[in-house]
Structure formats: structure tokens, C-alpha cells
Design a protein around this ligand. Structure first.
Ligand code: ATP
Length: 708
């Protein structure tokens, strides 16, 4: 079929679909404004449907698959979109939801043998693919029609790539986008992995890990509607800024209400105390701007406090607390009555051993009080004096049973090391901190590495602060410790997690892992799946090859990224007069700003101080930019100046590394430079003043060939 004919055919189909959608919207009728609760609920459902249909009308679908199910005579054209749309009062689907079982064929089939099968809840369904077509519809207008497979046509699979390349070539603003129309086979397999597992994803920079994890949430909500709830899912990401950056994807997929937090905020919420945390900026400066050696990183306190051995040490202390909770001496409300220590101990033991210890303590004390009241009643003690005395004795006895919060227990255990530097977190904490200060007593300051243990203690002493999670996504998981993952696990009844990261970007190695086994061994074998993504979709071929060369400097089993064949301009490395040469930087940024396809530009400096200098030079020259700092909540797009270590997870059309000198990037900084370079989609440039970092050695044609 000629291209024109295909386009006409699809234009007719699109008009038909839009008309049907419009009729359905019109049929929904006016809003209900009365007081009847049932009617109000029905109205809300109708409005939700209207919203979905209105969104669908603009872009009803992005793909078509003609599939003949075994036993049927004709293939059925299936139009695949972000959400399913039925025919008004009909039994047929106008649009099939991308998450439906049959849609997996659209993603999994990439030419070759057209005899295929997919898994449905009723079992495997086999059949034949006759056509796979990509369609680009924007604002209700058909813009592109590309067949990646047509029965009897020329095969080669390149047409599908063409559609993907078109998508990848687009410029980016300040938000991550959904990829439903171009999900790749290896990504789809991860998205559709069954629910009750910990799915580990090791993926090179730009392989779509974050994006895939978010699509997986949308899939789980669709596939397990009766078993998972959005408000019982949680996404953990490294910073508020990153969360803000990814916040658009789920609403684009029609999913809302999923909690998104940093581990720190989540942990503080669980602990529920007025704790102060060390200033993140100071902590980052310590590891990235000072001269922390490899030795000090490997030996950092976070390593010990993030280990399971540390949690085991705490568990021992908690057991000891439970064992010694009941005082040796008996309880004597008056001089004639006595409750022996053995009796109280027996009552304490009768409580469920899995119950939080402080709850058991409270229950035992209440039981003692009840006993005391009965005894008082028996003796018909009417004497108020005697009663008062008995109550005072009960109080004194209660005081002998240790009462702890997570932080007091942690401090009592001698695990807390307070260096006095800290910032109050949240309004509540800030209030408490200033109150404490005015009383001449500053609230204790904790480090991030204390949080996992504190949550663990809180759980054992006081129980969970939130209902169990149905699913947890952990992004940048290479920066997590086994203890962090363990406490998250304790907040699920059934393991269901997506844990993603890249060891090659593990710049926080002073706190995180060096091998996925460290985390995987927390789960018995059958509960985990492990996937590797080695294809990078973000950057051009030239940028990926350049970044792969930096990886080589890391040594030890690194895996180069495989580029999608999207060629762009060569990576430039240029010498400047000084480091950083703010005038040269401003000139480059100014030049890039004139190119309409470069919407987001980043200057990624080695230190916060260098970035501040660059930022003021840009401002002085009238170039509007934003300077990213550790405490920032938002990434605004446009021109950004940021320390390279804060750029993790983000992406920009063009990236300038202004200080790629040997003095700034030593061989042990390979991961940091790799992170910086892999943020670029289309353009990458590095400047140096004296001698370039050895990490950007000359190309090695052999390894380049192997990576392709
Ligand atoms: N199948 C795909 N189709 C189109 N774009 C894709 C696809 N997969 C990934 N991308 C794009 O590649 C870029 C990188 O994706 P994402 O940020 O999810 O990767 P990542 O593996 O989490 O990266 P990093 O580890 O570097 O932060 C995004 O712009 C995303 O939209």
C-alpha cells in the first residue's frame, strides 16, 4: 500500500474514532449539583470518564496491530492508545489500552516470524500478526504513519526504529515524558513482570530505568485493579528536584495519587519525632568538594550503619530491652499486697512477641493497674489516701520500665554521634528546634545514615506508622544501603518492589552498594527478578561512545552502553585560557541559546563554588539561568548551572562541562564525569585549561566497534 493511501485510510479511521468519542462526551450530559450522595458519586465517575475521553480525543492512539487469532478467519485491526475506549453501547473496543494483554504483542513483535502468542488471564492466545503500524496523532491531527511490519511487505525492522529515532530526536524541557508509543521489547518485559516480586533493574545511563519503573506502576494499577491501590504505592527518589522532574509521567498515563518522597522525608515521617538532619549541602560538599580519599569513602560511617550487621546489633539491644523490661522487684501498691516480678514477667510474655515493645509495656502496665483496682475494690478501700498512695506507687513502678522513642533508644545505645551541625526538617521540626534552643537545649542532629536504623527501631518499639505498601519503587537504588532496603521491606506484607539503578553511576559509594547482590540477598531467590538494560536511548551515538570511554577508566566489569543509531554532532573538547573560563562558557551558552532545538542547556561544574562563579558571569551578561543547589525543589528547564553531582537523573539537550581538567577529574572521579556527560541528549562539550583529565583519553576504535 502506498504511503498516501495509508495516510488516507488512517485519516478516515481517525475521524470516525474522534466522532464516536465526541458523541460519547456529548452523551454524558450536565453535571449533577444536588445533594444526593449516590448521584454525586455517579457524577464523579461520569466526570472522570469525560476527562479520559477528552484526552483521548486529542490523541486516541499511537499504534495499530492487525492480529488474526487462531481459529478466526480475518485479522482484527487493534488500535492501541493510552487508555481503552469502547464503542458507545457496543461490545467492540475502539481503542485498546496499552496495558491490556494483547497490546504486549505491539511491543514484543519486531518483525520476523509473524506466528505469535501472548498471555491473557484465560491462558495463552496464539495467532498471526498481519500489520504493525506506528501512528503519530497530535491535537487530533494525524501527522505520521509508519509501518514497521506489513505482511508480504519488505521486512527489515528499520521502520520501527525510524519512529523511535524521530521521538528521541525531539528536544526536552524540564519534565520527563511518557514513552507508551515507543516502549521497547526489553522494557516492556520489565513493565509487565508479575506483581509479587522484587524486580531489580541495572541499566546504563539513559536506558529508561526511571521511565520504565513509572510505566510499571501504571501497568500494575491496571492489571491488579482489585489488589493494588495508588495510595498504597510509593516512589522513592533521591531529591525533591528529581521528584518534581518525574512528576509529569504518571498523570500523563492517567495515574494519580501515588506518594513520591525522598527516603529521608519518608523515614522522618515514619519516626514521627522532631529530629534535625545534617545539612545535605554540607554533606555533599564533604564528599564531592573536599579531598575524600577512596579509603575514607569505603570506610565511611554510612557503610557500617547501612549494613545488616548494624541492624542485627540493634535487634540484640532491643531483645535485651524486652528481656530486662520488667524490674526485679515486685509491685506493692500497699504494704499488704504484692505482685511478684515473675507474675509481671509472665504477663509481659503473654503479649504477642511480635507486638511492638512499647505497646506491650503499655498493656502490661494497664493490666497491673486493673489488678490494682480489683484489689482495691476487694478490700473496699474507701480511703482516698490509700488510693492516692497506691496510684503513686504504680506510677513509680511504671517509671522503672524503660520508656523509649526511636531516637532515645538510639542515643542510649551509643550509636548516635552528634557533631552539632544540622538543619531542622519540616515546619514541625523547625518549631521544635527553636523551642529547644530557647530552652537552651538544641534538638539532637542526626545524619542520613542514622535514618534506616531509626525507622527499624521505631517499627520494633512502636509499630508501623503507615499501612503496608502494595508496591514500592526505589530509583537510584545503587545509593541505598542494605539496611535501607530492609526497613522498606518491613513495610510490605508481600514483597512487591521495583528497584532500579546503575552501579556505574554510583557516585555516593560512601553510602551505597558496589554489587546488586548486597541488596538481592535480602530476598529469597524466587522473590526476585534481575534485568539488565544496556541500550541507551537518551544520547546520540557520539555522546554515548565518548561516555563509554570514561567508563573504561573505572575498570572492573563495567558494561558500555549500546547506542541507538542516532547520530549527531561530534563531542567537542576545547582548551580555554583559565579554569573555569567564565567568558568562554557564557559565549558557548549564548551560541547554544540561539539554536531552537536546544531548549534545555546545562553547565555542569565540578564544585558548587565554580557554579556560583559561572552563574554570576551569565547573569552579568544578561543570560537568564538557574543555579541548582542541594536544597532546591524544582528544576526549571532553560539554562541551568549545577554541580555535576546534583545533575544525576536529569537530562538536557546540551551539556557543557566547563572544567574537565586533570586536577578536577582524577581517575577516581570517573563515575562523576560519566554522570555529567550522560546527561546530554544532543550536544556535549568539555573545556579544560591546563591538561585534560586522563578520563577522556583518545578513542579506542576496537572497543567502540564492540559496543555497537
Ligand atoms: N522506549 C523509549 N522510547 C522513547 N524514549 C525513551 C525510551 N526509553 C527511554 N527513553 C528516553 O530516554 C531518556 C532516558 O530515560 P530515563 O531518564 O528513564 O533513563 P534512566 O535509565 O533512568 O537514566 P539515568 O540512569 O541516566 O538517570 C528519557 O528522555 C526517556 O524519555
Amino acid at each position: 500500500m502506498s504511503e498516501d493511501k495509508r495516510f488516507r485510510e488512517e485519516t478516515v479511521k481517525l475521524e470516525h474514532t474522534k466522532t464516536s468519542i465526541r458523541e460519547q462526551i456529548a452523551g454524558i450530559g450536565p453535571r449533577y449539583t444536588g445533594n444526593d450522595y449516590t448521584e454525586q458519586t455517579l457524577d464523579a465517575i461520569r466526570q472522570e470518564r469525560k476527562l479520559r475521553l477528552t484526552t483521548s480525543e486529542k490523541e486516541p492512539y499511537f499504534g495499530r496491530l492487525d492480529f488474526r487469532e487462531e481459529g478466526k478467519s480475518e485479522p482484527l485491526p487493534l488500535y492501541i492508545g493510552k487508555s481503552g475506549v469502547g464503542e458507545e453501547n457496543g461490545h467492540r473496543l475502539l481503542v485498546v489500552d496499552w496495558r491490556a494483554p494483547v497490546s504486549s504483542l505491539f511491543y514484543a513483535f519486531s518483525g520476523g516470524n509473524p506466528e505469535v502468542a501472548y498471555d491473557s488471564p484465560e491462558g495463552a492466545v496464539s495467532g498471526t500478526v498481519h500489520l504493525k503500524r506506528n501512528l503519530l496523532v497530535r491535537e487530533g491531527e494525524l501527522q505520521r504513519v509508519v509501518d514497521s511490519y506489513a505482511e508480504g511487505g519488505e521486512q527489515g525492522g528499520s521502520a520501527g526504529d525510524e519512529f523511535l529515532l524521530h521521538k528521541l530526536g525531539e528536544s526536552k524541557d524540564n519534565k520527563l515524558r511518557d514513552i507508551v508509543s515507543t516502549i521497547q521489547q526489553e522494557q516492556d518485559a520489565i513493565i509487565r513482570t508479575e506483581k509479587n516480586k522484587a524486580v531489580f533493574i541495572q541499566g546504563v545511563a539513559g536506558s529508561g530505568k526511571t521511565t520504565v519503573a513509572l510505566h510499571r506502576l501504571a501497568y500494575l494499577l491496571y492489571r491488579y485493579q482489585d489488589r493494588v491501590r495508588a495510595d498504597r504505592m510509593m516512589i522513592l527518589a533521591p531529591s525533591q528536584m528529581f521528584l518534581n522532574y518525574i512528576s509529569g509521567v504518571l498523570p500523563e498515563l492517567g495515574v494519580g495519587d501515588i506518594g513520591q518522597q525522598t527516603f529521608e522525608d519518608w523515614a522522618l515521617e515514619q519516626i514521627g519525632e522532631d529530629l534535625r538532619l545534617r545539612d545535605p549541602a554540607e554533606e555533599l560538599a564533604r564528599w564531592f568538594e573536599g579531598d575524600a580519599s577512596a579509603g575514607s569513602r569505603a570506610d565511611a560511617p554510612a557503610k557500617r550503619k547501612g549494613s545488616l550487621a548494624f541492624l542485627a546489633e540493634i535487634d540484640e539491644a532491643i531483645e535485651e530491652l524486652a528481656r530486662t523490661m520488667v524490674p526485679e522487684e515486685p509491685f506493692t501498691p500497699d504494704d499488704r499486697r504484692m505482685l511478684t516480678a515473675e507474675q509481671v514477667r509472665a504477663w509481659f510474655a503473654e503479649e504477642n512477641p511480635l507486638d511492638p515493645i512499647m505497646k506491650k509495656r503499655e498493656r502490661v502496665l494497664n493490666r497491673i493497674k486493673r489488678w490494682m483496682e480489683i484489689e482495691l475494690g476487694k478490700a473496699k478501700w474507701s480511703d482516698a489516701e490509700v488510693r492516692k498512695k497506691a496510684n503513686a506507687r504504680w506510677k513509680a513502678y511504671a517509671g522503672k520500665l524503660p520508656l523509649h522513642t526511636a531516637s532515645s533508644f538510639y542515643k542510649a545505645g551509643g550509636w548516635h554521634t552528634d557533631d552539632g551541625r544540622g538543619e531542622a526538617r519540616g515546619a514541625k521540626q523547625a518549631g521544635a528546634a527553636s523551642k529547644a534552643k530557647s530552652k537552651g537545649k538544641a534538638a539532637a542532629v542526626f545524619a542520613r545514615e542514622d535514618l534506616a536504623a531509626l525507622v527499624h527501631i521505631h517499627l520494633k518499639l512502636l509499630g508501623p506508622a503507615a499501612p503496608a505498601y502494595d508496591h514500592i519503587v526505589i530509583d537510584e537504588a545503587q545509593d541505598y544501603s542494605p539496611a535501607q532496603l530492609q526497613v522498606l521491606r518491613q513495610h510490605q506484607r508481600i514483597t512487591s518492589m521495583t528497584v532500579l539503578g546503575d552501579l556505574q553511576q554510583g557516585i555516593h559509594d560512601y553510602a551505597g552498594i558496589t554489587d546488586w547482590e548486597e541488596l538481592r540477598r535480602l530476598f529469597p531467590g524466587e522473590e526476585t527478578s534481575y534485568y539488565e538494560l544496556d541500550r541507551s536511548y537518551r544520547s546520540t551515538l557520539e555522546i554515548i561512545e565518548f561516555a563509554n570511554r570514561i567508563l573504561k577508566g573505572m575498570g572492573g566489569g563495567v558494561k558500555p552502553a549500546r547506542p541507538v543509531f542516532r547520530s549527531g554532532q561530534p563531542v567537542e573538547v576545547e582548551r580555554t585560557a583559565q579554569a573555569p573560563d567564565t567568558a568562554a562558557i557564557a559565549a558557548i551558552v549564548e551560541g547554544w541559546r540561539q539554536e531552537p532545538e536546544l531548549q534545555s542547556i546545562a553547565v555542569l561544574g565540578r564544585t558548587a563554588a565554580a557554579c556560583a562563579r559561572i552563574y554570576s558571569e551569565l547573569t552579568a551578561r544578561g543570560i537568564r539561568s538557574s543555579l541548582l543547589e542541594a536544597k532546591h525543589q524544582n528544576y526549571e528547564g532553560g539554562i541551568t548551572v549545577a554541580p555535576v553531582y546534583l545533575s544525576k537523573g536529569l537530562e538536557f539537550d546540551a551539556v557543557l562541562i566547563p572544567d574537565a581538567d586533570a586536577a578536577d577529574y582524577k581517575p577516581e572521579d570517573a563515575k562523576l564525569l560519566y554522570v555529567g556527560c550522560t546527561r546530554a541528549l544532543h550536544r556535549l562539550k568539555l573545556l579544560y585549561a591546563h591538561s585534560p583529565t586522563p578520563l577522556i583519553a583518545q578513542p579506542d576504535p576496537e572497543s567502540e566497534e564492540a559496543a555497537r
